[in-house]
Design a protein around this ligand. Structure first.
Ligand code: FAD
Length: 620
């Protein structure tokens, strides 16, 4: 973590100094805002945390609830989300309190005594080496707490306006009139209109914002129901603290141990729902869910001591017919956006909803911030729907397959290993790393992809260890990328570093053109160099100034942008080998949401300049 560059900091360095709209931020919801976020679930809170890095933008987040969420539904946190938490500064703390999924075990009927279950396979999550980040289980409410902290500690000091309900909106050419009702607090009962430049509907599956812009959820609700319960129990089932898919002659269970060492989440298959059921299955009493769970676990016993929460749901798979308010025939730029459950809903069993919702927020946040600060053209906003809608469709397709596999009866399964094989073969998708955005103004072509195979253009930048030259510390290159709205430019050096020095000199004027003259030299681009040598063999005095910028009011040199790749005492790996990087050097450009935007040779400075001209606006 870097701090003191604006002078000595004696308090918690995670609390950034308030700036702009964060100074004397009004407690009351103002009549005019730049961005109005509706709903403080995972999508909305991530968006608020991201926009708190843009203190010249007035962002407010309204929430119908009267205070923080107490009991969350989601608990499965995929590695891509933990990577995202790292960028927001709280991965280590949430990992410490979460349950870590190391294995997933599969159980099926004992061929000799089909009424009993036996373990059929173990799958080792870590053997997949998909990410350095773990797969966690932790309450959605805690995730929201951490994002709330990040939003409150950012320079814009954003906090939810609780007890305020969205009731409708009208869009015109310059903005949006948003109608709200205070349903709690000092202004309870007051009905108001707030003028916003942009509105983001993060208001969940029953989104009022979606209805207000005439978008509809398209899809079906399948005829299969599940009971779900968070319970503390005593049992002789030996895998109680391991995630398990249990398939028995009495039905199916997805069993997920939870944080804290005692609590478990159990999804119990309630079977097919009759066509004339009319959602009566949702009234299934908790005692019946527990009874079925006990039957499925036979010969093991289940003594439920406490039910913290339970629910019954029918599996639905739906995607909204548009993620913003621009219709296919429409012109202009979007004013209203939909994220998270407001635009995609599916089963809970692949543990995706919260995770994908957060990535919606991450995709949109920096785009709104960049446009509202004049850093990027308004056309950038159309890329949100263009990028996220295909992801939602892929998610629905994956979840439909996974949830139907999980609901099969033993007689429908020819190979007991099949579910485990599918789980392993498809693991990159639910982990959150399969997303690949297509070419656009912020994703370049793949002409030079061979220069860095391990950084596919359009996919998220996969980190690897390197050694910081200034102090010899082994660090993860990608973990330096904070969710601060900046672009990352990683310049991997040629063997002698000569081409790199020439690149630095040629590209500097381009980078300056997009960087406000009254801000830090690295306010828009965080440019880092990675040399091929061991760190001891890199002469930091010979490194171009571009990689040692002087920033902050005191003009202090930033010593943490120069890295070495060759293995040393603390790293066994070489990022050039790990990520297939050309020894002739290469430039990898990464967007503020950590997706690779371009891979270019060091000599292609003109091509890089053209790329930034499409993505950004010159600073005024
Ligand atoms: P929400 O979390 O629904 O938040 C919407 C917010 O908007 C709410 O706070 C609501 O009060 C507020 N709001 C709504 N209307 C208004 C209004 N008119 N005015 C003001 N505020 C409003 N996902 C996972 O990734 N992993 C899991 O393990 C997982 N498990 C799940 C288990 C169950 C049983 C269920 C039901 C869901 C699970 N999910 C899981 C899905 C996950 O909970 C959702 O996908 C996620 O919460 C969606 O986030 P969101 O921000 O889009 O919406």
């Amino acid at each position: 973590m870097q701090f003191h560059h604006h002078g000595y900091v004696s308090g918690d360095p995670r609390v950034q100094p308030a700036a702009g709209t964060g100074i004397d931020r009004p407690r009351d919801l103002p009549d005019e805002v730049d961005v109005l976020i509706v709903g403080s679930g995972p999508a909305g809170m991530l968006l608020a945390a991201q926009l708190s890095q843009y203190p010249t933008v007035t962002t407010r987040i309204i929430e119908r609830r009267e205070g923080r969420l107490v009991l969350g539904q989601a608990d499965g946190i995929q590695p891509r989300s933990v990577e995202t938490f790292q960028a927001f500064g709280f991965a280590e703390r949430i990992v410490a309190e979460a349950y870590n999924i190391a294995y997933m075990n599969f159980w099926g009927p004992d061929p000799e005594h089909p009424g009993n279950i036996i373990r059929t396979s173990r799958t080792d999550d870590y053997a997949l080496k998909i990410s350095e980040f773990p797969h966690l289980i932790v309450n959605q409410a805690r995730v929201l707490d951490y994002f709330a902290e990040a939003a409150a500690n950012g320079p814009a000091r954003i906090a939810p306006d609780y007890g305020v309900e969205f009731t409708g909106l009208e869009v015109d050419a310059d903005g949006v009139d948003v109608h709200v009702r205070h349903i709690a607090g000092a202004r309870q009962g007051a009905v108001r209109t707030v003028r916003a430049k942009y509105v983001v509907g993060c208001d969940g599956a029953r989104s009022g914002v979606r209805d207000a812009i005439g978008r509809t959820h398209v899809g079906d609700v399948s005829a299969h129901a599940w009971g779900v319960m968070d319970v503390v129990v005593n049992t002789d089932f030996p895998d109680w603290r391991t995630k398990c898919a249990i398939n028995s002659t009495a039905g199916n269970i997805l069993h997920i141990p939870r944080e804290g060492g005692y609590l478990s989440r159990i999804y119990v298959d309630l079977g097919e729902v009759a066509p004339d059921d009319d959602h009566r299955v949702r009234q299934t009493p908790i005692d019946e869910i527990i009874r079925r769970a006990g039957e499925i676990l036979h010969p093991y016993t289940l003594d439920v001591k406490e039910v913290a929460w339970h629910s019954v749901y029918e599996v639905g798979h739906r995607v909204t017919d548009g993620f913003d308010d621009v219709t296919p025939e429409g012109e202009g730029s979007p004013r209203v956006f939909l994220t998270g459950d407001a635009c995609h809903t599916h089963s809970a069993k692949a543990g995706q909803g919260m995770n994908v919702s957060m990535q919606d927020g991450f995709n949109l946040g920096w785009k709104l911030g960049s446009v509202l600060t004049g850093r990027a053209p308004e056309t950038l906003l159309a890329t949100y729907a263009a990028e996220r809608r295909p992801v939602a469709q892929e998610l629905i397709d994956f979840d439909r397959e996974w949830s139907s596999l999980m609901a099969r009866k033993p007689g429908e399964i020819s190979d007991p290993q099949e579910l485990a094989t599918y789980y392993l073969a498809t693991a990159e998708f639910p982990s959150g790393f399969m997303t690949q955005y297509g070419p656009s103004q912020i994703v370049g072509g793949v002409r030079h992809q061979a220069l860095a195979d391990g950084f596919p253009v359009g996919k998220r930048f996969k980190s690897s260890p390197v050694v910081r030259v200034s102090d010899g510390n082994a660090v993860h290159l990608g973990h330096h990328a904070k969710a601060d709205g900046r672009w990352r430019v990683y310049a991997f050096a040629d063997a002698a570093g000569v081409e790199l020095a020439a690149w630095a000199q040629l590209i500097a004027p381009t980078l300056q053109r997009f960087t406000p003259s009254d801000g830090d030299a690295d306010a828009v681009f965080d440019v880092k160099a990675v040399y091929q040598q061991r760190f001891e063999d890199v002469d930091i005095s010979g490194v171009p100034d571009l990689f040692l910028p002087r920033t902050g009011p005191l003009g202090l040199i930033d010593w943490e942008k120069v890295f070495a790749a060759a293995p040393s005492t603390w790293t066994a790996t070489d990022i050039f080998e790990e990520r297939g990087i050309s020894r002739d050097g290469v430039v990898v450009v990464v967007r503020p949401d950590q997706y690779v935007a371009a891979v270019l040779p060091l000599a292609a400075t003109a091509e890089l300049a053209t790329f930034f001209e499409g993505a950004l606006l010159p600073a005024v």
